[in-house]
Design a protein around this ligand. Structure first.
Ligand SMILES: NC(=O)c1ccc[n+]([C@@H]2O[C@H](COP(=O)([O-])OP(=O)(O)OC[C@H]3O[C@@H](n4cnc5c(N)ncnc54)[C@H](OP(=O)(O)O)[C@@H]3O)[C@@H](O)[C@H]2O)c1
Length: 310
């Protein structure tokens, strides 16, 4: 990983450019870099990282309405080009930065917000249901649980013992993952669990047993999902062709739940959504940031900041 000088990106139709204040590190990109996703994600080098970012609009593309130069926004890049870990980023989806969010929170929000909305929509999770979130203290899990709570659900979340208080502070009933999970969850939810969201991978047999129906489990992290009859949700590339109805034509991918960005602003303004930030690194320490992510225990999102702009 290294910082390089490249040509400035510019907007196409329907896009905006921001001067980036903070951007997110995605665990998926860490796995792309390590080679773990080699079979699934073809990469040509040099590969630019960063899917979500926040900053100040400095260029508005043709056909864009409702946003002006100088506005503070958060959002996401096109899936193919990425490059949000930079001075400038071109966004294809965005929303105004909630006043209560720091730049770091806003910079790491869009990916987790979209993923949370996508999986909760798929499970049609609503009020008075109980959901188990595996890996609830992570960058994605910690946002999934807040969206689930905002829908009125009861949320049981798994994490290491040291994250117990963190989960409680979010309003989650905490437990640990690992052996005995089925029994621990049964004790916490004697009437049963309505749905399971797996943000960690590696425990699908237990998770299916807990809910009693593989169709009520969605994983974002377990590549063996099909073997257990479980849906592995990954978002369709936002530059993918559609069939004219807005439906994606990429096999097995779920449409991106971009409406989640607007919901996030509403929730944040009501004090119902923070973006837990595990650590922030200046851009030139991106390798250290990847190393922290590879440990798989950072509580929340890892952020890259543009100190030169702050
Ligand atoms: N498909 C998609 O659309 C999509 C989108 C975003 C992310 N993802 C994937 O989802 C996964 C999580 O992403 P993230 O960004 O949230 O990662 P993260 O911030 O690194 O969080 C991972 C969490 O997993 C927990 N964990 C570690 N080992 C575990 C185990 N053996 N069993 C259960 N939990 C364990 C950790 O909890 P403790 O620290 O409490 O131990 C940590 O909070 C990654 O595989 C990522 O690639 C997929």
């Amino acid at each position: 990983m290294q910082v390089a000088t490249v040509e400035e990106p510019h907007t196409g139709p329907g896009q905006i450019r921001i001067g980036v204040r903070a951007s997110g590190l995605t665990t998926g990109e860490v796995r792309v870099r390590s080679g773990a996703l080699r079979a699934m994600v073809p990469v040509s080098l040099p590969y630019r990282t960063g899917f979500d970012a926040a900053g100040v609009v400095d260029e508005v593309g043709e056909g864009v309405a409702g946003v002006s130069i100088g506005d503070e926004v958060f959002g996401m890049t096109a899936s193919a080009t990425r490059g949000a870990n930079a001075d400038f980023a071109v966004l294809v989806a965005w929303a105004p930065r909630p006043a209560v969010w720091t730049w770091e929170e806003a910079g790491g929000a869009a990916g987790s917000v979209e993923t949370a909305t996508r999986v909760l929509d798929r499970l049609a999770l609503g009020a008075e249901q109980t959901v188990l979130v595996q890996g609830a203290a992570g960058a994605t899990g910690s946002v999934v649980v807040q969206f689930a709570l905002a829908r009125g659900a009861t949320v049981i979340g798994t994490a290491s013992e040291h994250n117990r208080q963190f989960l409680q502070s979010l309003g989650v009933v905490p437990t640990t993952y690992g052996p005995g999970l089925v029994e621990r969850v049964r004790a916490l939810a004697p009437s049963g669990v309505d749905a399971v969201i797996d943000c960690a991978g590696g425990a699908l047999p237990d998770l299916v047993t807990i809910v009693g129906d593989a169709e009520r489990v969605v994983t974002i992290a377990d590549l063996d999902a099909a073997a257990y009859g479980v849906h592995l949700s990954h978002g369709a590339p936002n530059d993918a062709p559609t069939d004219g109805t807005g439906a994606t034509t990429v096999p097995h991918a779920d449409p991106l739940a971009l409406h989640g960005l607007t919901t996030a602003v509403t929730l944040a303004d009501k004090g119902l959504l923070r973006v837990p930030v595990a650590a922030a690194f200046p851009l030139d320490q991106v390798a250290e940031a990847h190393a922290l992510s590879e440990g798989r225990h950072a509580p929340g999102r890892i952020i890259l900041t543009n100190t030169a702009r702050r």
